[in-house]
Design a protein around this ligand. Structure first.
Ligand code: KMH
Ligand code: ZN
Length: 263
């Protein structure tokens, strides 16, 4: 049984863009600032409360350009009431320095991945000294980290980080289980249950499943009393040849309005 009171809302985080899909292959991907703000407004109207942001340059390539990031934070604050969470994961090719500098754009929140993981044919690098420096910078600047956990070792690293460096800004630990990445933990109910039981005491959590693990992870997370991350960063297709929903439609999965309520 979950300890959530029956009225507790399900937090929906929308991740509309990501760094991995190409605009030419996924035409609905929001890549300009206008497209991003429009999507953000639609997702807010559909029930999202947080936006996880990756931005693109004029050629729609992933970028961590600081002035664009600052403009993006300002535009999302101006146009929406969403909590603005900037990605510090960036693309697999981004440098550690540039990823830490993302925090200088002064978002409300940021992602903070707790370990290295094979990422399809690539490697998403997050060695412990980088994690520690990034975490220290969130504490210094007052940015709330969301701990992204792609595998069980990442959960162990989160415990190590909190034990060695104290509580995050705001005092509360919130995690996102990112499941079904080729190289990370599988996206199924048994794995989700085990991962949740290993989280730090008192932590809240959401979950997201990549591609074909989207729906299994979503339903397992709801059944286990968790929150959700949805959107085209993680779900371009539900299965080969079966496109996933646009981010705003995925945000409409808000259980109060659609499929049910958390237990
Ligand atoms: N693009 C992935 C390599 C994050 O945003 O913090 C990493 C990622 C995680 O998307
Ligand atoms: Zn991301």
């Amino acid at each position: 049984m979950s300890n959530n009171p029956p009225t507790a809302a399900t937090l929906i985080t929308v991740a509309p863009t990501g760094a991995e899909s190409e605009k030419s292959a996924v035409l609905a991907l929001p890549v300009t600032l206008d497209e991003l703000v429009t999507t953000a407004k639609e997702c807010q109207a559909a029930g999202a409360a947080v936006i996880h942001v990756h931005i693109r340059d004029d050629q729609a390539r992933p970028t961590l350009d600081l002035s664009r990031l600052k403009d993006t934070v300002a535009a999302l604050r101006e146009g929406t009431g969403l909590i603005v969470q900037l990605s510090t994961g960036g693309a697999v090719t981004d440098s550690f320095d540039n990823r830490i500098a993302v925090l200088d754009a002064a978002p409300d929140a940021c992602s903070l991945t707790c370990g290295t993981v094979n990422f399809g044919e690539d490697v998403f690098h997050n060695p412990y000294p980088f994690i520690r420096d990034l975490y220290a910078r969130t504490q210094e600047l007052g940015v709330v980290p969301e701990f992204e956990l792609f595998d069980f070792g990442h959960i162990a690293t989160l415990h190590r980080l909190l034990a060695g460096h104290g509580a995050p800004h705001g005092g509360h630990v919130h995690c996102d289980l990112v499941m079904g990445v080729p190289g990370g933990m599988p996206g199924d109910a048994a794995t989700l249950t085990q991962a949740v039981s290993a989280l730090p005491e008192g932590a809240t959590w959401s979950a997201t499943g990549i591609g074909r693990t989207t729906l299994p992870v979503m339903f397992a997370a709801l059944a286990a009393g968790g929150h959700l991350r949805v959107g085209m960063e993680d779900t371009v297709t539900f299965a080969k040849g079966r496109p996933g929903p646009a981010s705003r439609d995925a945000a409409r999965a808000r259980p109060r309005h659609a499929w049910g309520e958390r237990p």
